[in-house]
Structure formats: structure tokens, C-alpha cells
Design a protein around this ligand. Sequence first.
Ligand SMILES: *Cc1c(COP(=O)(O)O)cnc(C)c1O
Ligand code: SF4
Length: 339
Amino acid sequence: MIQRIDTNLQTSWQKELAMAVSDPENLLKILSIDSTYYGEKDFKARKLFPMKVPLPFIQKMELGNPNDPLLLQVMPSVSEYLEHAQFSKDPLLEQNNQQPGVLHKYKSRVLLMLRGGCAVNCRYCFRRHFPYQDNHLNKRALEQAVDYIAADNQINEVILSGGDPLMAGDDTISWLMDKLEALPQIKRMRIHTRLPVVIPNRITSELCQRFKSSSLQVVMVTHINHGNEIDSYLANKFAELKQAGVTLLNQSVLLKNVNDDANVLCELSEALFSAGIIPYYLHLLDKVEGASHFDIDESQARELIKTLLLELPGFLVPKLVREIGGERSKTPIDLRLND
Ligand SMILES: *Cc1c(COP(=O)(O)O)cnc(C)c1O
Ligand code: SF4
């Protein structure tokens, strides 16, 4: 049996957020991993992007396993110092947007960067160099963002993103929903979040109640990369969301040594569906400086999806996409099935 640490699951999400582990050596100690597997140079990489891992996520890692697929997503690594011509600080050309905190790249939907930070820092994050301080939406900026949305009747969906939008409290989210509900052209509110995966208690009953009472269709797009990220405690939280009428979708990032394997991806899809979530996107890595060691090339990704198509029902095969700065939608990858 795989051994994991125990955590108290009854504490509040704010407390769990405050208790996130930020010292790599401490993380290894908690996991009983011999620190010789990692070195000073790895630990130092947290200066490039701080380490941040909440305990409920650590609890899903295997004790003693230095290559645990969840650990690899959050553990600083000397490889982050590698420079690579194609990997830049702003791969999606997002850092000169017009309206602060608003990304309006696609016609019918607009993305609000509700909160800058996240509960977890994923080493492969394409926003690891993003100037969040300049993009945090305070209430005034949020009001201006709502005015911006109100003025464009082509927008029918508002996406809350970040950082992680669930870093905002239930009050703020409820306040924003009041505003959006008052706009006749807005049908849907979508929340892109990884927070429930790392702190399941973020799904509060107040939040579920608010979603349930909304006139908007609420969609939550979770970010889960490996089946081990889902346990029964989290699955129960997703069940509460579903009971509140929330549609659950998932996006993953294809990551070397984490989920670049057909079996792992099949198990992920199965675990998602068991928790009431439909796989939506599988993203090719955005080429951000410091993450080149996670990159999987397009031809390998195509082969993985071809295998999934043989193994899984169509609705459990995520769409393989790449985001290209300046394009008007995500770019689907041609699988070249006839080659
Ligand atoms: C990914 C993204 C969206 C959502 O795209 P979908 O294909 O509808 O999931 C919207 N706005 C921005 C800026 C995005 O990056
Ligand atoms: S949760 Fe998402 S935005 Fe936050 S660090 Fe991870 S990948 Fe980046």
C-alpha cells in the first residue's frame, strides 16, 4: 500500500492556505524523502519562483518517492535555470493588456484576472513571470471591468481566472455574481481554478449555495494533471458542486514525467469521470522560461491521444490544444490520423 501523511481535513481553507509549505527541504522531510535525491541547487530554484504547496496536496503524494508525479509539479528544480531559445517570459503575449486585469482575446468570452496569486505554485506555470501586482483587481478595478463587459454585447460568458480566482473570498465572488446577473447578455460564468485540488475545503457550502441560486449557468474548469490528485474527500466536494448545478470540466497540461504516458492519462480521465468531471483540454506546455524540462513534443502528444482514442469513449478523450499568442481561439492539434 502507498503510504501518505495524515492531515486534519476539518480546518478552514484560509488556515490551510496560510500553512502552505514554502521550504523545499521541509517538504522532503514531511514526505520522508532522503534529501540526497535533491540538492542545494534545486532548493535555490525557489528564488526564480517561490515554492508553495498546501498540506492537503502533499497528503496525496507517496511517502518516500522522490519522483512522485504530484511532487514533481511543485518541487523547485535546478533545471529551471536552463535557458532555451524558444522559452520566453511571456509566451502568450499577455503582458500588455489594455484594461487592467481583463484579457479579452476571444470574441464571446472575456477573462477576468480576479486574483493574482494561487494556493499552489506549479513549476510549469506559464504565468510564473507574470506581473500580478499590476493586475490584481480591487473593487474599483472590478467595477470598471464589469462596465467594460456591460459595454460589449458580443460577450456572453465571463471567465474568472488569475492566478486563481477562488483566492477571492465567497463575499467577493457573490458580489461579482450580483453584478454579472444584472447584465442580460451574460449567460455563463466560468471559473478556472486549481484551488479545490490543493485545498478541497475551499468548496464551502456558502459558495455552493450561491452557485445554486444563480440565474447564470456556472461552469467550473478544474486543473488536474494526474489521477492521484483526486481522492474521496475531493470527490465529495465535486459532488456538492454538481448538486448545486455546476458543470464540471477539467483541463490538464501535458508534462514530462508527470502524465506523459497513455496509462496515466487513461486513469486520469477515468478518475475525473468518477468524480463527475468531463475532460476538456489537454494543453501542450506553454513555452515559458524555466519550464523547458517539462516539455513534450507535439508528435509524442499526438501518439498519446491516438492511444486514448483506442482505449476510452470519445467523451473521455480531452482535446489536445496549444495556445498561440495572438490567435483568436485555442489551436487544436491535428492528430494526423491517416499518417
Ligand atoms: C483559454 C482562454 C479562454 C477560454 O477559451 P475556451 O476555448 O473557451 O476554453 C478565454 N480567454 C482567454 C484569454 C484564454 O486564454
Ligand atoms: S494553479 Fe494555475 S495559475 Fe496557479 S501556479 Fe498553478 S498553473 Fe499557474
